[in-house]
Ligand binder design. Sequence first.
Ligand code: SF4
Length: 391
Amino acid sequence: MLSTSPFRAPRGVAGLKAVNIMATTTAATACSLDNYLVLPDTSVDERIAAARRALGEECVILGHHYQRDEVIKFADFRGDSYKLSQQAAQAEGQYIVFCGVHFMAESADILKRSRQQVILPDLSAGCSMADMAEIGQVEDCWEQLVELGLTSDSGDRLTPITYMNSSAAIKAFCGERGGLVCTSSNAAGAFRWAYAKAPKAFFLPDQHLGRNTGYAMGIPLSDMVTWDPYLPLGGLAPEKLRAARVILWKGHCSVHQRFLPEHVDRVREKYRGIRVIVHPECRWEVCQKADALGSTEKLIKIVREAPPGSQFAIGTEIHLINRVAKENPDKRVITLDDSGCLCTTMFRISPQHLCWALENLAEGNVVNRIVVKDEVKYWARVALDRMLEIQ
Ligand code: SF4
């Protein structure tokens, strides 16, 4: 029987993190972060470089494209979450310092070798989208789908796919039920993989990436439904769920969702001939109006390979747009909206946090270590490995 509970309350995020993930600090002798946060940005450059030199090959710094310039300039490798997960799997040093957000550091901890340790310079660097799919909510949803006869505990008839931007617990949930992880670079491959196994896909947590990917693969909007975790049965009629080919989780990126269709119209009016290129975390209506969409890496490539004089309005995070503009001075590169959308959680990684983490490592103090518990790690690794195998 389906539950008649009118409201499926999420289980506590704090509780989940306490159970599944540990962030540890060898605090006894660690230098205090407070002493670093008062330092001006420029004064820590030399100290970061010195600590980096002292650590030598024992340390690799990974930097996400959305990081600020003052931080990304110290990265040994920069990339989007897909590229950085590959780098984490291949890294040799003992310490992987991840200048990104929490779910990325977790993925690195799952993919790294056993002797390595993953450090997130600021533990408050989370992701609002990842927080929109809490494991208790997802388990409740799945239970309801099982009760409806749409799947089973093992995931036959419905393949779960989670975007990289999700907690390790969600990745493990998908791995255990025959599903996988994807990024914006390989979401279409993940859909193909899923449909080779089952007639339906369950995509979380980003409804927009799921919808844009499904639509580009020829699935009409009428065959996709959106599950609201705050409503009984996701706010959907059973017959709608039975008919759907894709069940999308109602989550979004608070940065990319800010771009609107009218921004596309306005920028085209203002700059004749400008090309609009957007990330698929943007709304479907924005993606439909755009000239092209793609992962962060793809957006960079489109601009880099365009002839001099080309004009682009980009719908993604502002630090990346500003960097692409700087690296392509022969082209006009602007943000799609007027103000520019900033990922405030990525911004939490400051040069001061990086300096603090590196100097502590050089002193032998491991601070802000991200540790995913073994029982979560096993199935999350299965889901990530399936992703790394697809095209
Ligand atoms: S840009 Fe959006 S999806 Fe990416 S880390 Fe920030 S909030 Fe999360």
